[in-house]
Design a protein around this ligand. Structure first.
Ligand code: LLP
Length: 486
């Protein structure tokens, strides 16, 4: 089940849809004519990747060369593509909002490393971090705290203290306890901390239930409908060491239609109008989160940042005009749509076996990674494309399943696919669009060292996150001396 097929707009209650549903997904078949022949459509691959006589080449470097030099599994990130996508969102926001443009925050949770934080900074974007750990990565990269926003539904005293000490620009408050915590910590330091109140506009986003975040029965934010949002706002307003800059929502991730955003914006601006009545003040900032979908399969469509942001900016302006409010500074937080498509995972095939089933046979192709580098298939039923990456095959295809090397039958990377029948140990497979929530959700399950991230650009490849090794794993062990039995 791919997210684009989870819920069609017609499956949503009518009152949750805006009158004019707009699809923001456009096909971007960059070179068009080779789509039929390429094992994976160009719009699912990074911008500088293509198949040359059956072999995947990224930014001028072949999959074989990359595997030989850096080993497998490995995440390969197209640096130029990352920069272009980051800048496209930033420029789209600036152009659509002019002097009402707030921050284009890159959502670090999708994937962050010190090097990537430097790219984000150089591209002029801001950064959304959601833990002390992500904050430390940003600081290690020299990212200016004045462009960092701090998220999370359970920020500890230590995390908030560190964020305030280094001077992050905004903290997004997610509970009354947090508002009190921020107020107290800011007070001790003699500062007034800018915060945003995270609200839940009660929208069912079209996506997998685990990554929808703004319906009522969810751990995030304060509900508008129940009155919790207004109550939180009054608490924050009456807190001496807090400046309430505005409100924030994030309705989910891998959202394929804009109706949910339209509705969330409309409800939020209605709420801001009520706030104005209650406290005679217009809040200056509105953050509408991230969540924009990307293409995982040839049949998926991909988004145009300019078109999406223009549309959302238009709705914000329209709703503010209706409500008689000044247009707030508008910020966005895309993660997946920036990093997701820029990265592929390269695997080496280790074993192949045919399993006989009632309806025929299936080739189980086992690679040298698995659910420890891509948990999304088992966690969300996510679907990925896959192709042979090191050679051309003239063989016919077979019903295949690409699995990992973990001791678990749910360790599946691609549940159902057609791959050449002659795939052998030593062949390379590629799964594209693994940049978001791939390496960032990787684990050491079964004590597998996590894969490296290799940046490629203009014929050069370099390690930006090195491969873990057994010493890394063992370095955490604290074992007691056990007396041996004589
Ligand atoms: N802002 C907030 C407050 C968020 O919670 C998130 C994602 C984002 C922005 C970025 O959303 P994006 O543009 O990347 O969709 N692990 C799941 C996705 C979880 C998303 C969590 N929050 C997955 O693999 O699909």
């Amino acid at each position: 089940m791919h997210f684009t097929q989870v819920a069609s707009p017609s499956a949503m209650p009518r009152d949750k849809l805006s009158p004019m549903p707009l699809t923001y997904l456009v096909s971007l078949h960059r070179s068009g004519c080779d789509v039929m022949k390429a094992p994976i459509a160009t719009h699912v691959l990074p911008a500088h990747a293509s198949f040359d006589s059956g072999e995947l080449v990224i930014a001028g470097i072949s999959a074989t060369e990359l595997a030989k030099k850096f080993g497998t599994p490995a995440f390969i990130i197209d640096e130029g593509d990352f920069n272009a996508r980051a800048r496209a969102f930033n420029t789209a926001l600036k152009n659509a909002m002019g002097d009402r443009a707030g921050h284009c925050y890159y959502a670090a949770k999708a994937f962050i490393s010190v090097e990537v934080a430097k790219w984000v900074n150089a591209a002029g974007l801001s950064l959304d971090v959601c833990t002390g750990g992500e904050l430390e990565v940003a600081l290690a990269a020299g990212f200016p705290p004045s462009r960092i926003e701090f998220h999370g539904n359970n920020k500890s005293v230590q995390e908030i203290s560190r964020a305030i000490d280094v001077g992050v620009s905004h903290i997004v408050a997610d509970s009354e306890i947090e508002i009190e915590r921020i107020n107290e910590i800011a007070g001790k330091r003699g500062v007034k901390q800018k915060i945003l109140i995270r609200i839940t506009p009660g929208v069912e986003a079209h996506t997998h239930q685990y990554i929808a975040t703004a319906h009522e029965d969810v751990k995030f934010g304060f509900s508008i409908a129940s009155g919790a949002a207004m109550k939180a706002l009054s608490l924050a307003k009456s807190s001496a060491n807090i400046e309430v800059a505005g409100v924030h929502f994030h309705i989910g991730s891998q959202i394929t239609g804009l109706e949910g955003f339209d509705l969330a914006i409309a409800r939020t601006i209605e709420f801001l109008a009520e706030v104005k009545q209650e406290i005679s003040e217009e809040l200056a900032e509105l953050v509408i989160g991230g969540g924009f979908a990307i293409a995982y399969l040839d049949t998926d469509q991909t988004i145009d940042a300019k078109q999406v942001i223009e549309h959302l900016a238009g709705i914000v302006k329209e709703e503010c005009a209706k409500a008689g409010l000044a247009v707030p500074l508008l910020s966005i937080e895309p993660g997946r749509a920036i990093v997701g498509p820029t990265t592929v995972t390269l695997y080496e095939v280790g074993t192949v076996k045919s399993v006989e089933l009632e309806q025929g046979s299936r080739n189980y192709i086992a690679v040298d990674g698995g659910m420890s580098d891509n948990i999304r298939t088992s966690l969300y039923d996510a679907q990925y494309s896959v192709a042979l990456a090191n050679r051309i095959s003239t063989s016919s295809t077979r019903a295949s399943r690409v699995v990992g090397k973990h001791c678990e039958s749910g360790d599946i990377i691609i549940r159902d696919c057609e791959l050449p029948a002659d795939i052998q140990p030593g062949d390379l497979l590629v799964t594209p669009a693994t940049g978001a929530y791939g390496r960032s959700m990787a684990s050491n399950y079964n004590h597998l060292p996590r894969p490296p991230v290799i940046a490629v650009r203009d014929g050069r490849a370099r390690v930006i996150v090195r491969r873990e090794n057994y010493s890394d794993l063992l370095s955490l062990e604290v074992a007691s001396e056990v007396a041996s039995e004589e």
